[in-house]
Ligand binder design. Structure first.
Ligand code: ZLS
Ligand code: CA
Ligand code: ZN
Length: 388
């Protein structure tokens, strides 16, 4: 069991539901809810569940979903019939495209991952948890009345709306390799939520094609949301050293200026090296260092999942990040326990697979240090316009 002990006076709540993991987007689709089963197996084989308050998440109600989504879209999502995806002929609300297929149990799947994020946020509001975790959430592209990029219901927006009932200011941070456009757009016009997304950006080709440095919120005198959207566009191959330095520098500046009373961190694991859809060279250590930095701020923290398309590495990252949340990361034996379910999936690399070593073709780093410093300079300037 690696001697996992429950941290004294510090509560971590873990929200999951095995029913979520059983859904299938379709044979060739990169999004595999089964990666959550792999992550859960790893977390439990280390005994980490014994150090957290664990909850089987419930389905969000229609009323809760309609806190953000339109009633028409939710009705359509609930009644949509399974059909072959058709990209050339986009359906209503973008449902039924190859990115967002209609599959068996779709509405239950969405209600469950949303219910988990809402409950996790409520644990933070009630001060029953210091950190709340929902690895099945983090579906940041969904819009009020549109599915987009494998996301149908925006659980992050719903969770932030819960946090705003109690918290004056929420900082949203998104380390998925894709731009967190749905969350940014939802809070575009308020100064109570600051959104920060770090992502691959190349103008228009890489999905969703938004998130340039100068996209900072609607710039008008009357709009309180101006300057509250922060975007960090990066090129392929960024490594741990640059990524973690950027993360700490920019998050540090945002916290100093905005003084959030709660933080939501979307931990999309497609920013890891070797991801099937990603382009970065971030390691499990670097990805986890972002979580550790947020924890060190001692502000109520909601951790959600997101992308991640090489399941064994997604499981590694989220298990490692769970260990950081409960504070046992330094004591874990890096060799994956022999009794871990599906252990053979981790053995692509070595006979003794470890939690932190991932195999991935190193991608050439196309991010000169000068560019990284220019990004920080530009955001420093932007933050001067945020009222303290
Ligand atoms: O952030 O790039 C696109 C849109 C297209 C190209 C792909 N075709 C199929 C549809 C039209 C312009 N979509 C992206 C979406 C990425 C969403 C990331 C979600 C998140 O990580 C949060 C959860 C995209 N990239 C790769 C694919 N789609 C993709 C790759 C392979 C396949 C199989 C299934 C489906 C069709 C063949 C598909 C999509
Ligand atoms: Ca991102
Ligand atoms: Zn992504």
């Amino acid at each position: 069991m690696n001697g996992i002990v429950r941290p004294k006076g510090y509560n971590v709540s873990w929200h999951s539901n095995p029913d979520i993991e059983k859904h299938h987007f379709g044979h060739a689709h990169p999004m595999k809810p089964w990666r959550l089963t792999l992550a859960k197996g790893l977390i439990m084989s280390y005994g980490m569940h014994t150090a957290m308050d664990t909850y089987v998440s419930r389905m969000a109600t229609r009323e809760e979903l309609e806190d953000f989504h339109s009633a028409e879209y939710m009705e359509y999502l609930k009644t949509a019939k399974v059909a072959l995806p058709d990209d050339d002929n986009p359906k209503e609300f973008n449902l039924g495209s190859s990115d967002c297929p209609i599959f068996e149990g779709l509405f239950n799947y969405c209600s469950m991952y949303a219910g988990a994020s809402i409950d996790a946020a409520r644990k933070l509001c009630n001060e029953e948890a210091d950190i709340a975790i929902n690895w099945s959430g983090g579906l940041h592209h969904a819009k009020k009345a549109e599915s987009s990029g494998f996301c149908y219901v925006n659980d992050i927006v719903l969770a932030i709306l819960q946090l705003l009932r109690k918290h004056p200011r929420v900082l949203y941070i998104d380390i998925d390799v894709h731009h967190g456009d749905g969350v940014e757009e939802a809070f575009w016009s308020t100064d109570r939520v600051m959104t920060l997304s770090i992502h691959k950006y190349d103008g228009y080709q890489f999905f969703p094609g938004t998130g340039d440095l100068d996209r900072t919120g609607p710039d008008s005198e009357e709009n309180p949301g101006a300057h509250h959207a922060i975007n960090v566009p990066l090129a392929d191959g960024i490594d741990d050293e640059q990524y973690v330095w950027l993360f700490k520098t920019i998050v540090g500046m945002c916290v100093d200026r905005f003084r959030p009373t709660a933080i939501v961190l979307q931990c999309g694991a497609d920013s890891l090296a070797g991801d099937r859809l990603g382009r970065f060279n971030v390691q499990v250590q670097g990805h986890g260092a972002c979580v550790a930095y947020c924890k060190s701020l001692n502000i109520p923290l909601l951790l959600v999942g997101g992308g991640g398309y090489t399941p064994r590495n997604v499981a590694r990252a989220w298990a490692h990040e769970t260990s950081i949340a409960i504070g046992c990361d330094a004591n874990l034996n890096p060799i994956i326990p022999a009794h871990t379910p599906y252990r053979s999936h981790f053995r692509h690399d070595t006979i003794f697979p470890t939690l932190d070593q991932i195999l991935g073709e190193p991608r050439p780093n196309k991010n000169p240090d000068k560019k990284i410093r220019e990004i920080v300079a530009s955001i420093t300037e932007q933050l001067r316009f945020v009222n303290m």
